[in-house]
Each structure stands twice: as structure tokens, then as C-alpha cells.
Design a protein around this ligand. Structure first.
Ligand SMILES: NC(=O)c1ccc[n+]([C@@H]2O[C@H](COP(=O)([O-])OP(=O)(O)OC[C@H]3O[C@@H](n4cnc5c(N)ncnc54)[C@H](OP(=O)(O)O)[C@@H]3O)[C@@H](O)[C@H]2O)c1
Length: 324
């Protein structure tokens, strides 16, 4: 099978498409023929020195999200059958076949959702959903601010917050203003022109995808009883500050917020859960959420897609067409 591999810690430009054996099917696992995938900042982790060492399989196959058709099942699997259309997340999904435990982050794809749309959901939409619902405890009628609203997580967050009945204010750059308005943001703040922390507005919940503001900036917009959820931090995925800078940022947010009367969740790591994937599949099938896709790449275009992710200015999701 063809797969995108990383032979040593490197930049996205050094990834290559290699011919590998298909992964084995374990007794409790599935082998999935991958039709589509999508790129996420987490995919860059496999290219970092630590991420590379922690991957046992050699060469390291990059990628996480997938949507495809079950090709084979292990002898103890009863929940899936060959031919089922599925989507989920597993290491090594930038490949024509991926193996995953049947009990893992994989569910049936709703028939009305394309493989490409389904493949945009696992990492980015699960993160947005868990940030808003589980950590943010979002409620209908609340005022929600999404800082970093135009990328993968942000475009899902705006739409999911709207589906919960919240009023959404989105922060993005000039080129994305119309986009985030079109997907449901009632107010849009262009961060290249205005400082959203000085608008005088107050919010019940701030979802911080960009992670570039200090606690004292955030307190100007968060009244007593409001919640701050930190999703990302500036420079983490883009190799400029590293994860130590992110940990320091979120530690500072937590420490400074003690006794402030605001609830701070910083940082949480999203989990791939079957019930969340099914929930997200239904949101897309019912058209309450529409994945925003900047463009699609073939397997050979993945170095370019990850370079774009590394720059930190993707518009919605970057989809990958693996095989038809
Ligand atoms: N905690 C978790 O479990 C988890 C899971 C997934 C992702 N993440 C993190 O969440 C972050 C976003 O992920 P993603 O998949 O959405 O990334 P992405 O698709 O690459 O999107 C990045 C977005 O950030 C926006 N942005 C850049 N600078 C900004 C600024 N100064 N102010 C506001 N927005 C800015 C960009 O919009 P413009 O082009 O308009 O600047 C772009 O749309 C990353 O740090 C990632 O590592 C965390």
C-alpha cells in the first residue's frame, strides 16, 4: 500500500510516499481501506524528535483522521462487518489502509455524509464539541467568544455552539470574516484591526483556540461566573515555542485565575469517543454542521498540506483524498 512516512524527525517537506505492507488485522481489530483523511496540527507531532521516538512502528506513518470501508475484521469482532463505511481516528491514517481496535475511535459513517466530510470530523470536531459541551458546559442563550474561529477546530466550534443555541462572536483575520459569518457567527472581530479584549463586551464562555492572550486580557471580557477553555496555544504546533511554552501559558492562566470567580479549563486534551463521533456524524447528516474545507490534497500533496497547517492559517479543514 502507499503511505506517507517520516523516516526521521524533520520538516513536512521531507515526508515521502512509500510502498509498505498493509497493517496486520488483530483479533479485536479492523483493517480499513482509507478513502479520505484530513490534516491536523497533531499530525506534526510525529515529525518532532519526541513524537518520533514515541512511535514504535518504523517507518513512522503520519496521519490521524480517516474515513473508509472495512476491508477485514479480526476473529473476535462482532460490531463491524467487511463493507461497513466507517470513520474515526488512528495513528498512520495517511495510508491506503489503517488498522484500529474495533473498540477504539471508529464508528459507522452516516450514509448521507461523504467520506471527505466524515474525515474532517474526528480530531477537530471532537475537540470543539468536548471544549464547548463538556468543559465549557455551554447552554442555550449564552454569549460565547471563539478566539481562532476560522481553522479546523474554530469552524466546528462556531457551528456547534450555534447548534446548542448560543450567540457566537468569532475572532479571525480579515480574509476569514465573511466565512465565519456565513457559518453562524453573529458578531465577527477582525484581530488585525481590533482588540477583542477591549470591545467592552462580556461573554459567558471563551473558547481559546489561538491561545495568544494573557489572563489579564481575558478578564476584561469574562465576568464573574464565566468560563475560559484553553484549546490551543500560540506556537505549539508551528514549532516556534514548543510544548513547554504552551504548558507555561496554561499554567499561568490557571494560577492567575485562582480566586477570580471565573472557571478556567486549561489545557484539556480531546479524547476520541464513539458516542461523540456518532453525535458529530448526526450533526453533519442533519446539516446543522457543514465542514468547511479549504482544499483537498492527494497523498503526494500531504507535505504541502502539513506545511500549510504548520503556518497556522488554514481556512477550515484541509482534506486528503487517499483512494476512491
Ligand atoms: N486540546 C486539544 O485536544 C486540541 C485538539 C486539536 C487541536 N488543538 C490545538 O488547537 C489549535 C488549533 O487547531 P486547528 O486544528 O484549528 O488549527 P488550524 O486548522 O491550523 O487553524 C489555525 C487557525 O488559527 C487562526 N489564528 C492564527 N493566529 C491567530 C490569532 N492571532 N488570533 C486568532 N486566530 C488566529 C488562523 O486564522 P487566521 O488565518 O484568520 O489567522 C487559523 O484559522 C492548535 O494549537 C492545536 O494544536 C488542541
Amino acid at each position: 500500500m502507499r503511505a506517507v512516512v517520516c523516516r526521521r524527525p524533520s520538516a513536512p517537506g521531507e515526508l515521502e510516499v512509500a510502498e509498505l505492507d498493509r497493517p496486520a488485522v488483530t483479533d479485536d481489530g479492523l483493517l480499513v481501506r482509507v478513502h479520505a483523511s484530513s490534516a491536523n496540527p497533531v499530525d506534526l507531532y510525529a515529525l518532532s524528535p519526541v513524537g518520533h521516538i514515541l512511535r514504535r512502528r518504523r517507518p513512522v506513518v503520519v496521519g490521524t483522521d480517516f474515513a473508509g470501508t472495512v476491508e477485514a475484521i479480526g476473529r473476535r469482532v462482532t460490531a463491524f462487518e467487511p463493507g461497513d463505511e466507517v470513520f474515526g481516528a488512528a495513528r498512520g491514517s495517511f495510508a491506503e489502509y489503517v488498522s484500529i481496535a474495533a473498540s477504539g475511535g471508529v464508528v459507522r459513517k452516516p450514509p448521507g455524509v461523504s467520506f471527505q466530510d466524515a474525515a474532517t470530523l474526528p480530531v477537530a470536531a471532537s475537540t470543539a464539541l468536548q471544549a464547548l459541551r463538556d468543559h465549557g458546559r455551554i447552554e442555550s442563550g449564552q454569549r460565547v467568544l471563539v478566539n481562532g474561529a476560522s481553522g479546523g477546530v474554530g469552524t466546528f466550534a462556531v457551528q456547534i455552539a450555534r447548534s446548542f443555541g448560543a450567540e457566537v462572536t468569532a475572532v479571525c483575520s480579515t480574509r476569514n470574516v465573511d466565512l465565519v459569518r456565513a457559518i453562524g457567527a453573529g458578531m465577527v472581530i477582525d484581530y488585525t484591526r481590533d482588540d477583542f479584549t477591549r470591545s467592552g463586551e462580556r461573554y459567558d464562555l471563551m473558547l481559546d483556540v489561538a491561545g495568544n492572550r494573557s489572563w489579564s486580557d481575558c478578564t476584561r471580557m469574562l465576568g464573574k461566573g464565566a468560563t475560559y477553555v484553553g484549546v490551543g496555544a500560540a506556537g505549539v504546533q508551528h514549532g516556534k515555542g514548543g510544548s513547554r511554552a504552551a504548558v507555561a501559558h496554561f499554567l499561568e492562566m490557571r494560577l492567575l485565575s485562582i480566586g477570580s470567580g471565573r472557571r478556567v479549563v486549561a489545557l484539556f486534551i480531546a479524547k476520541l469517543r464513539k458516542d461523540d463521533l456518532e453525535f458529530l456524524g448526526r450533526l453533519v447528516e442533519s446539516r446543522r454542521v457543514k465542514p468547511v474545507i479549504e482544499r483537498s490534497y492527494e497523498l503526494a500533496g500531504i507535505p504541502e498540506a502539513l506545511r500549510r497547517i504548520d503556518e497556522g492559517h488554514a481556512q477550515g479543514k484541509l482534506a486528503i483524498v487517499v483512494q476512491r
